[in-house]
Design a protein around this ligand. Structure first.
Ligand SMILES: Nc1ncnc2c1ncn2[C@@H]1O[C@H](COP(=O)(O)OP(=O)(O)OP(=O)(O)O)[C@@H](O)[C@H]1O
Ligand code: SF4
Ligand SMILES: [Mg+2]
Length: 466
């Protein structure tokens, strides 16, 4: 399949905060399985900014969301500070989520329009504070029981067995009624259905025997549901009282934190706290969503196209802000974008993705000056430059449409659009390998650069197959 492999992962001596190993994310769809992310491995070192680039639909956002486990990856591991997130239960995952935050492209719509900024920014703290009060065993049982019961009753095999049995019961009933209606009256004046009536009775009995376990299970489910629903409000009283007692103190501390974090992102708290998200510009709303992500003191923030919707001058301000906050709060960033210029400026390391796979990994300057993968070369060549001596029409372009992730090409996924594709590219998936210091490429015929001028890729030539 453009490339798998783990050659680009740093050794265990590096202070890694995040490791993604062989992550696969598939989505079921009416057209077949969507292979959005296929065998992607990444790592993030403490304090680093890892850029993820690629054209629309290559799986950047899905990778970011799967790290957050919304939804969890289909397979593969995500380790935060060495802890495999898939091994955590719901409560442990809630705790861990505070260390992993995400900001999105459309900041205004990612903020609740009906709430004031003080509540929007405080919300993660409120959720964490409420979580710190242990819920009663009844509520915990309810939280486990309801999804489990709903999952059970939604299983298709239940419908497949129960519906025919239910229909069979009515067939038996109809046979019984019709036979009785057509039958002759006996001595007591009751119409006898004869053999037809007996057949109807037998059919109804078989259907009822078949349905009995389902009916029994349904009654038990409904009873447990009812008992829990009655006990829940009573069992919640002690917790509600504890929350009520701590409320004043919590809001006092929270107010200080909300003000502090708003100041840190360059928003005047006095002017902003009582306003609502739609009263802010895109850039201000993005600052507020950064404040909301920061308030829990996260370790990693996944930024999914955070400046794509902003105009250029505001983009620069938000990027500078992220750089400053990274140092001040000691966070690491995963920066997802399709704007290569932006990724180049902010990232310490860049991962280039194509159709759910990693093509190339390296330092931004290296990828820009000497891309090794044909796809990276096309991407880098498309970055606008200010040098008037460089003809923008000479930029390389990628031909054709992105293939469907439902049926990705065999071998190298880029082969249907690659100007260098050869027979082997359809047969063998290229694996990431080191070529140069800190640069890794998944290509059978990586580009060899002989000259580099004006920061533009130099003359390229084919090197031998892998
Ligand atoms: N919930 C879903 N169900 C089915 N397919 C999905 C789902 N989410 C994403 N996809 C598909 O997975 C692929 C990768 O999507 P993703 O949103 O990760 O791309 P992207 O690189 O972030 O693109 P963009 O730059 O446009 O945001 C796409 O083909 C998309 O249609
Ligand atoms: S040369 Fe082959 S392996 Fe390399 S990107 Fe093109 S198709 Fe893929
Ligand atoms: Mg996206």
């Amino acid at each position: 399949m453009a490339g798998s492999g783990t050659a680009h992962l740093r050794d265990s001596d590096s202070p890694k905060v995040l490791q993604v190993e062989h992550m696969v994310v598939d989505f079921p769809s009416p057209r077949g399985t969507v292979h959005a992310v296929s065998d992607v491995s990444l790592d993030l070192v403490d304090g680093e900014t890892l850029g993820i680039v690629g054209e629309s639909g290559c799986g950047k956002s899905t990778t970011g969301k799967a790290i957050m486990r919304v939804p969890p990856p289909t397979s593969g591991r995500v380790l935060l500070d060495g802890v495999d997130l898939s091994t955590l239960d719901k409560d442990e995952m809630r705790q861990v989520r505070t260390r992993l935050q995400m900001i999105f492209q459309d900041a205004v719509s990612s903020l609740n329009p009906r709430r004031q900024i003080r509540d929007v920014v405080a919300e993660p703290l409120v959720i964490r504070w409420l979580e710190s009060f242990k819920r009663s065993p009844v509520i915990r049982a309810w939280e486990r029981f309801v999804p489990a019961a709903t999952r059970f009753w939604r299983q298709p095999w239940i419908r497949k067995i129960f519906v025919p049995l239910f229909a069979l019961f009515f067939v038996g009933l109809i046979v019984r009624v019709v036979s009785s209606a057509l039958g002759s009256e006996n001595a007591e004046g009751i119409r006898d259905g004869g053999a037809g009536g007996d057949v109807g009775n037998v059919v109804m009995a078989i259907a009822m025997i078949g349905m009995a376990p389902f009916v029994l299970a349904f009654v038990v489910t409904a009873l447990i549901w009812l008992v829990l629903a009655i006990l829940m409000p009573i069992s919640a009283i002690p917790r509600s009282l504890r929350i009520r007692r701590g409320k004043q103190r919590f809001w006092k501390d929270t107010d200080v934190k909300v003000r502090q974090v708003l100041e840190d992102v360059g928003i005047d708290p006095d002017a902003a706290l009582d306003r609502r998200p739609h009263e802010f510009s895109g850039g201000q709303a993005q600052r507020i969503s950064i404040a909301r992500a920061l308030i829990l003191d996260p370790k990693i923030i996944i930024c999914d196209e955070p400046v794509s919707a902003l105009d250029v001058s505001v983009q620069a301000q938000v990027l500078n802000l992220l750089e400053d906050l990274k140092v001040k709060y000691g966070i690491s960033l995963i920066f997802i974008a399709h704007d290569l210029g932006v990724v180049k400026n902010i990232s310490d390391r860049v991962v280039v993705m194509y159709l759910g796979k990693v093509c190339e990994v390296g330092a931004p300057d290296d990828l820009f000056v000497r891309p090794l993968h044909p796809y990276t070369e096309i991407l880098m060549s498309s970055i606008p430059v200010t040098d008037p001596s460089i003809d923008p029409r000479a930029a390389l372009t990628v031909s054709g449409e992105l293939p469907s992730p439902v049926a990705p090409p065999s071998g190298c996924r880029f082969r249907t659009r690659c100007p260098r594709a050869a027979e082997v590219c359809a047969e063998q998936e290229p694996v990431l390998r080191a070529l140069g210091d800190g640069q890794f490429v998944a290509c059978h015929f990586p580009i060899e650069h002989s000259v580099s001028m004006n920061g533009q890729p130099g003359a390229a030539a084919l090197v031998g197959g892998s």
